[in-house]
Design a protein around this ligand. Structure first.
Ligand code: UDP
Length: 475
């Protein structure tokens, strides 16, 4: 019997990356019955509940294996404990998992025809094992084409010192080919300081992007035509770029909806259509205690209905840190807030079923940190945004949504970087009450339609995936 054709994916150990990879795999196999996917999942400490739940949704031709967990004691000496900057941790976890990845591939190769490996920017080390087995190598880029372009151009920007002229003030703009001008302060923090270790880390990662056979970016022409075109035009300098988005998490089946966190959907069922602002900062975003107070009091002041996914505060909301604390986030809300707003809003500790929430007719706006998954989920559901970026490439996404696509409003910070309660209330009313908000909502509806077309049979994303699966099967 002929061996099945397998694509192996190796995502970094971070929920939003894993979820994007899994959905991409589901879409890839949809277009060919002969294609199978095996997902080898590097794990730090232990897999999250959200990841475990995600893997229960896999179709039969997508298999998954958690690799043996990596612990702090396995990491190189001197790695800070107990918190660690996430992208570095992803890279270290994958590096420690290499023997398991190579072993799993060897074992798979006896029963399957291994044609390609798909990794992300931080798990690209795993391509070494793929090359040994003559597999094609692809980078799946779960964020925007603009961020991909910044990463691919980083070595060039580095040479020309485009981003890093000492005298450059953070409000000046940089030009990424085909994109809206981006203020320097909106590019990821590690890219702003040429002398930092994180900068060196990202520069090295950027160079590694160039060794892949192709890059699959989770975006589509309807929102990033300029950036995608520019990447294709400069094609000879880069691996081929395939725009396969919008890849977003699918909704859970009705059985899973009885599980924890889904009570908020029942609350939404009791609300008027388009009346509720959903507030969430992604899978790991946190605010400082001061900012959390201002947001809470601003929500209250706005008088608008809200559903807020609350996390315990942090000292450093401007970069992503992994921590494993188990504090009750509701304890950090201002005194009496829950009681005073019990008719106005609902607070959910730590996690809500976001794709179901955004698809609910009661939701009229999304105050978001502008992580790329959240951005795409909002677009696919036609929900206009309040852009509140915290770290990584979120500032760039916020600029695209506000200045480029004009489907979001961005609140103003004071000189200490704090968004005050009055500003919170003002921006909510602009989005949920004013004519300006209605126009933003109409533009978002148009984008929703374009996103839906992209994923239909004749849509550009579907065509690209078909082209890719034919190519993979022909190898
Ligand atoms: N998410 C969720 N419930 C939450 C918070 C996040 O389901 O309470 C999901 C969300 O739907 C999205 C992902 O987690 O798919 C967050 O990804 P994003 O890229 O927006 O942000 P990140 O977590 O990478 O900062």
């Amino acid at each position: 019997m002929e061996k099945p054709t397998q694509v192996v994916i190796v995502p970094s150990p971070w929920f939003s990356i894993q979820t994007s990879f899994i959905e991409f795999s589901k879409r890839l196999i949809q277009h060919s019955e002969d294609l199978h996917v095996t997902c080898l999942i590097p794990t730090f400490e232990s897999p999250s509940d959200a990841t475990k739940a995600l893997l229960q949704t896999l179709p039969s031709r997508v298999h998954s294996t958690f690799l043996p967990p990596v612990h702090y004691d396995d990491l190189p000496q001197g790695t800070p404990k107990p918190v660690q900057v996430a992208p570095v941790l992803f890279g270290l976890t994958v590096a420690c998992s290499m023997p398991y990845i190579c072993k799993a591939l060897q074992s798979l190769s006896s029963s399957s025809r291994l044609v390609a490996m798909v990794v992300d920017q931080f798990s690209s080390e795993a391509l070494i094992c793929a090359k040994e087995l003559n597999m094609l190598s692809f980078i799946y880029f779960p964020t925007s084409a603009m961020t991909l372009s910044l990463s691919l151009n980083l070595p060039k920007f580095d040479q020309n010192q485009t981003l890093f002229n000492e005298s450059r003030d953070l409000t000046q703009h940089i030009e990424i080919p085909g994109c809206v001008p981006i203020r320097v302060r909106d590019i990821p923090k590690p890219f702003q300081d040429r002398t930092s270790q994180m900068y060196a880390f990202f520069l090295e990662r950027s160079r590694k992007l160039h060794v892949a056979d192709g890059i699959l970016v989770n975006s589509f022409e309807g929102i990033e035509s300029g950036a995608i075109r520019a990447l294709r035009e400069e094609g000879s300098a880069y691996p081929s770029v395939y725009a396969v988005g919008p890849v977003i998490q699918s909704r859970l089946d009705s059985e899973s909806k009885t599980t924890k966190g889904f009570e908020c959907l029942r609350w939404l069922n009791t609300q008027v259509p388009n009346s509720v602002l959903y507030v969430s900062f992604g899978s790991g975003g946190k605010l400082s205690q001061d900012q959390m107070n201002e947001l809470a009091l601003g929500l209250e002041l706005s008088g608008k209905k809200f559903l807020w996914v609350v996390r315990a505060p942090t000292e450093s909301s401007d970069s992503v840190y992994l921590s494993f604390e188990d504090k009750d986030p509701l304890e950090f809300l201002p005194d009496g807030f829950i009681e005073r707003t019990k008719e106005q809003g609902l607070v959910v500790p730590s996690w809500a079923p976001q794709v179901e929430v955004l698809g609910h007719e009661a939701i009229g706006g999304f105050l978001s940190h502008c992580g790329w998954n959240s951005t795409l989920e909002s677009i696919v559901n036609g929900v206009p945004l309040i852009a509140w970026p915290l770290f990584a490439e979120q500032g760039m996404n916020a600029a695209m949504l506000t200045d480029g696509l004009k489907v979001a409003l961005r609140p103003k910070e004071n000189e200490k970087g704090l968004v005050e309660r009055k500003e919170v209330a003002k921006v909510i009313k602009r989005l949920m009450e004013d004519q300006e908000g209605r126009e933003i909502g109409e533009r978002m509806q148009n984008l929703k339609n374009v996103a839906a077309e992209t994923m239909q049979e004749e849509g550009s994303s579907t065509k690209t995936l078909i082209q890719l699966s034919v190519y993979l099967l022909s190898k």
